[in-house]
Ligand binder design. Structure first.
Ligand code: BMA
Length: 308
């Protein structure tokens, strides 16, 4: 088995949160000094989402802060575009700052916000970095030829829910966009794909743990898969794994707020070559599993499908 589920999953539920929430799911996680910081999404009891923070010494046992970490802004342009809530945070560390991308929902659609922090106490919004109909933006934690790069997932009728890449000199203005990967017909990811955890650097490429969705008569099923991007040119996909690496199997992944969902927004590579992969179960709870990073890369390279 590639991913070993932690025996005490779920690691976080709404009962661990000291303020009223209906769910705890889809969290970004990073190392912060000798701690692990998790920024998770919660539905409030009005169905709109906020972001909470939890801290851990070992990456498995987390304590949630007394107050939410980020709630929809009450100021300026962010207020206008976060009215319906903020969702699905991803975190990277770049030159002394933690950058957080999140989905911002409003009557104008869903777009991506970028915020930054150095201490996970004070958080500053930087910019809204996409127009409407974008989700799942992950920024690479390194620049390429002086530019930031990100993977994103716009939606269009002609090419639904595919993965694109874009570049930016300053994190604010993005361009040079290209489609690099599509869902595959009659395949576990045929309906939608989207970047999951921010890409993890490995000796053989950037590893993107992505999600894929398959429509069934009983609703859609969210699973996780693997993509490997070239180290120097991340627009080049070296391999897309034909098989999923994780699917809903535990009771708290199969049933909950939305049933049959495993959804990843964060993974933490460790110095010993292992990696902690975090996922939301059934849009209700947070889970973690461990894998060996090089085994994931081998599995991806040995079981390829075409990217588009
Ligand atoms: C996606 C996003 C995720 C969610 C998933 C399953 O479209 O909204 O946040 O986990 O659906 O409901």
């Amino acid at each position: 088995m590639l991913i070993k589920r932690y025996r005490n999953n779920p690691i976080l539920t709404k009962n661990d949160v000291p303020y009223p929430v209906a769910t705890v799911h889809n969290a970004g996680v990073v190392k912060f000094g000798d701690k692990y910081v998790m920024i998770f999404r919660s539905h409030k009891q009005n169905g709109r989402s906020i972001l909470g923070k939890a801290v851990s010494d070992d990456g498995f046992n987390f304590i949630v802060d007394e107050e939410p970490f980020m709630v929809p802004s009450d100021d300026g342009v962010f207020k206008e575009y976060e009215e319906f809530g903020i969702e699905d945070p991803r975190i990277i560390f770049f030159e002394g700052e933690y950058l957080i991308t999140y989905s911002a929902y409003s009557r104008n659609g869903v777009r991506i916000g970028l915020a930054k922090t150095t201490d996970f106490k004070k958080v500053e919004r930087v910019s809204l970095i996409t127009e409407a109909d974008y989700r799942n933006v992950v920024i690479f934690p390194e620049k390429f030829n002086g530019l930031f790069a990100r993977l994103d997932r716009p939606h269009s009728e002609i090419s639904p829910w595919s993965i694109w890449i874009s570049y930016s000199p300053d994190l604010k203005f993005w361009g040079e966009s290209r489609l690099i990967m599509k869902p595959l017909q009659y395949h576990w990811d045929e309906m939608k794909i989207g970047p999951g955890a921010p890409p993890v650097k490995t000796p053989r490429g950037w590893l993107n743990i992505y999600h894929g969705v398959f429509p069934t008569m009983d609703g859609s099923v969210y699973r996780l898969g693997l993509v490997l991007h070239d180290l120097e040119d991340p627009s080049v996909i070296l391999a897309v794994c034909d098989n999923w690496i994780l699917q809903p199997e535990e009771p708290h992944e199969i049933s909950g707020y939305v049933h049959n969902v495993v959804f990843c927004c964060g993974a933490v590579p460790e110095e010993d070559g292992s990696i902690k992969i975090y996922w939301g179960g059934a849009d209700s709870v947070m889970c973690v599993g461990t894998a060996i990073t090089e085994e994931l890369v081998d599995y991806c390279l040995n079981n390829r499908r075409d990217p588009k």
